[in-house]
Design a protein around this ligand. Structure first.
Ligand SMILES: [Zn+2]
Ligand SMILES: [Zn+2]
Length: 811
């Protein structure tokens, strides 16, 4: 007594396709729900179970929302342009355009098998000219609005990918795509002025429903920080050297300045170096310049520096301080100039100890006598709180309180310094010297300079070039395109012009795709006005969001800009974001190099999609992920077989009242679990339900409710059994079961309350309540018997054991 999963899958997949159960009339829909999973890019291995995990969890939510009466739009497409796909094509020696077709077919084929309710009619691929024509349109709008500009600057260069990268794509000095160390290179690049939106990107974080971790990552990336810019005059140099610091209260302890080798003043200072030494001086600078950022930061313990021979004047006390150059100071950090305060900064202290030529002046004294003595004796640097000393009129004040405040006011009043807010966020370097991307739709005219292509001429098609490999000379492979493509007429004056040969960053392709999904069939407009108004913003965005800081930042920026230009009437594209966990295998993230990538196909063949979906959703809380085991599906397949047998032989109902109670209680708990995407909890309850039904016997109502709750996670088996029970096609178009509060009230359980580990009370509460930490802690605090022991004290810790115990630790 079992079922043939393959037969069932084929049968229902066909029926769903033909009857269009998952189709949604975008124009007519009344209660819309835009359910979106993060844009997949076909990896070398095709779809692996990690991807399937992401999509299945998102699909469960969409199916649940549909059964709750929403018209759900769940589109899918491919992010197929970009270095990732291109590197793979190069590796296997295929032209990226050719490989894209192969990957597309394979990927869509796999996606069709995983049982999701995708709206296939609205799919899009980023390398489709019908799509990238609008990516180029977006670039042109940025240019027209003054948000795209071309500038010579020092940018990240990946010697392995042979292209520049945005700051965001370099993590700890390493290329995010290929994990090679990056270098710095000075070239002309196109940038988007995302920094204009820094404050809005930051302030809006308050308004969106996102996981805390991801909000923090966004805030950190923007990195807003308020400090003082202090001017140090230098003899023989017109402009003062400006230092930016958050720790100005130690400015009296400055004993030297240190500049990045790239700092603008370095050249002028070199004239102060005696001729005999100048050559050596220039050589040292060159040495520092060719080091990678990572090498420079690595050297933090053993910093390389040298004296310039020049002095600056500390404005607060007119003391002469020597100017040094050191490679640990990065040009992009702050102003590229740092005040050295060795008594109160460990990095500066190590530098001074190495060269032994610089003074150490203590300007904060500490209450802890041992520490204070060590600072005085120049044995350590200390960065803690204390009282100001050696700081003129500020002596005796709290360094981090009054002293800091008054000193700032004084320096500003005397024109030595001014407030300045800095950001970690930089403008988005958008050009890539690669082949596989949308050509940047700009041209350079001999007369007019840089002008955009006319919008009616879009797309600027990516030409087929035979030699598509990156060259590494700083130029795009499109330099080898035919003259017909390279040479064009200026869109402004009609004169001779030459096309830009860089392509745009793949992050631009994925920064707006969700805005296009509803409008993919509109060839004339980027956004169908009516559909956009109706369907956007996205209702639920589900993905592995921890690694998507950049994608989310860029998407938010593009959406805000489009709103400002009047194309959209909202500025946050994803008001609700859910971050799922990661599926690992043998304790590590799946990757080809580790050889632990699991392809779902063989498991689908062997156990069926439903068993695999159930297993993945049961593996752990959806926001935690879990460890994939080959044998995991067996239990799920057995469970589905048990359900099958239960329906064939439901047994006689022994006590109908008991049965209804169990049914309503289960519906209540599963509903709540689905609402919070706690799928493992929901599935566990369904298992208990099946146990219960086997014991008590089941009637049609009980079995129907089981099928309805099983439908999101096991769509095929649920559909088959639903039809066996005589249900109307399709189970996926039925309403989610309702529950009666009274019937659903479960049995009471006792939760013990302790204060500082001592028994102080017992609470009789419902079973769900007993599992809710927040609720139980609140109830415990309000309890009369417990209250006595908490009153007037501070609760420093709340220990909670689900369904059993609350322990309040008070002081
Ligand atoms: Zn790289
Ligand atoms: Zn012109």
């Amino acid at each position: 007594m079992s079922f043939d999963h393959q037969k069932i899958e084929e049968k229902w997949a066909k029926k769903w396709r033909e009857s269009g159960v998952y189709k949604v009339d975008l124009k007519k829909a009344k209660k819309k729900f835009y359910n979106l999973m993060m844009f997949p890019y076909p990896s070398a291995e095709g779809l692996h179970v990690g991807n399937m995990y992401a999509f299945t969890g998102a699909d469960l939510y969409g199916r649940f929302k549909a059964m709750q009466g929403n018209e759900v739009f769940e589109p899918i497409g491919l992010d197929g342009f970009g270095i990732h796909s291109e590197n793979y094509a190069i590796k296997i020696g295929k032209h990226p355009a050719e490989q894209a077709k192969i990957s597309e077919k394979r990927y869509y084929g796999q996606l069709e098998r995983i049982g999701n309710r995708f709206n296939w009619d609205n799919r899009l691929e980023t390398y489709d000219p019908e799509y990238y024509k609008w990516t180029q349109w977006l670039f042109i709008q940025m240019f027209k609005q003054g948000l795209a500009y071309r500038k010579k600057s020092l940018v990240n260069w990946c010697p392995s990918c042979k292209t520049v990268l945005a700051d965001e794509q370099v993590e700890g000095g390493v290329c995010e795509r290929c994990k090679q160390e990056t270098e710095k290179k000075e070239t002309y690049q196109w940038f988007f002025k995302i920094t204009d939106y820094a404050d809005r990107l930051l302030n809006n974080i308050e308004k969106i429903d996102w996981p805390k971790k991801i909000k923090i990552a966004q805030r950190n990336w923007i990195g807003k920080s308020k400090g003082l810019s202090i001017d140090f005059k230098v003899e023989g140099v017109k402009k003062p050297i400006t230092v930016w610091t958050k720790f100005w209260e130690t400015v009296f302890g400055t004993t030297y300045l240190v500049l990045a080798p790239e700092h603008w003043a370095v050249k002028e200072l070199s004239f102060n170096v005696p001729l005999s030494n100048r050559r050596k001086f220039m050589e040292k600078i060159q040495e520092a310049l060719i080091k990678t950022e990572q090498q420079r930061l690595k050297g933090a313990g053993d910093k390389d520096g040298f004296f310039t021979g020049s002095y600056a004047i500390n404005p607060v006390n007119n003391k002469k301080v020597p100017i040094w150059i050191a490679d640990y100071v990065l040009k992009d950090v702050g102003t590229g100039a740092v005040m050295g305060v060795p008594a109160h900064d460990e990095r500066d202290f190590a530098f001074v100890k190495k060269y032994k030529k610089l003074d150490i002046i203590q300007v904060v004294s500490y209450q802890d006598k041992k520490i204070d003595k060590k600072v005085k004796d120049q044995e350590i640097a200390f960065e803690g709180e204390g009282k100001l000393v050696n700081s003129g009129e500020f002596d005796g004040m709290d360094a981090w309180g009054e002293g800091k405040e008054k000193m700032a006011k004084w320096m500003i009043d005397k024109n030595m310094a001014k407030w300045e807010t800095t950001y970690h966020l930089r403008d988005w370097c958008i050009s890539r010297q690669r082949y596989w991307g949308p050509p940047i739709p700009m041209m350079e005219c001999e007369k007019c300079g840089w002008v955009p292509e006319k919008e009616e001429n879009l797309p600027v098609k990516l030409p087929m070039v035979k030699d598509y490999k990156p060259t590494g000379d700083g130029k795009s492979p499109l330099e080898k395109a035919s003259k017909d493509w390279l040479e064009t007429k200026c869109s402004k004056c009609g004169g001779k012009a030459r096309r830009e040969t860089d392509v745009s960053d793949t992050f631009l392709d994925s920064a707006w795709y969700f805005l296009r999904y509803p409008s993919v069939k509109n060839e004339k407009q980027v956004f169908d006005k009516e559909l956009t108004k109706k369907w956007l913003p996205v209702d639920a965005y589900i993905g592995g969001a921890e690694h998507a800081v950049l994608h989310l930042m860029y998407s938010r920026f593009v959406t805000m800009a489009l709103k400002d230009w009047g194309y959209l009437d909202f500025e946050e594209p994803f008001p609700f974001l859910y971050g799922h966990g990661l599926i690992i295998k043998d304790g590590a993230k799946m990757s080809k190099s580790r050889g632990n990538v699991v392809i779902p196909d063989e498991y689908i063949d062997k156990y069926g999609v439903d068993a695999l979906r159930m297993y993945l959703m049961f593996i752990g809380p959806y926001d935690h992920g879990g460890d994939f085991k080959d044998t995991g599906m067996i239990g799920m397949k057995k469970f589905l077989e048990r359900v099958w047998r239960l329906v064939e032989k439901p047994g006689k109902v022994k006590n109908e009242k008991q049965l209804r109670k169990l049914q309503h209680k289960t519906v209540k708990i599963v509903t709540k679990a689905m609402e919070k995407l706690r799928y493992n909890v929901g599935i566990a309850r369904l298992m208990e339900y099946v146990n219960g039904l086997q014991e008590m016997g089941a009637d049609k109502e009980a079995l129907e409710s089981l099928m309805l709750m099983l439908a999101p996670v096991a769509p095929y088996v649920a559909e088959e059994i639903w039809s066996k029970l005589g249900g109307k096609f399709s189970v996926h178009q039925q309403a989610w079961p309702k529950y009666d509060e009274v019937l659903a009230k479960g049995e009471k359980v006792t939760v013990v309350v302790q204060v500082n580990g001592k028994l102080r009370g017992r609470l009789e509460v419902g079973r769900d309540e007993a599992e809710d930490k927040e609720k139980m802690v609140a109830v415990a605090k309000k309890d009369e018997r417990v209250g006595k022991f908490v009153k007037g004290k501070k609760v420093v810790k709340e220990v909670f054991v689900k369904g059993r115990l609350v322990n309040l630790v008070v002081k």
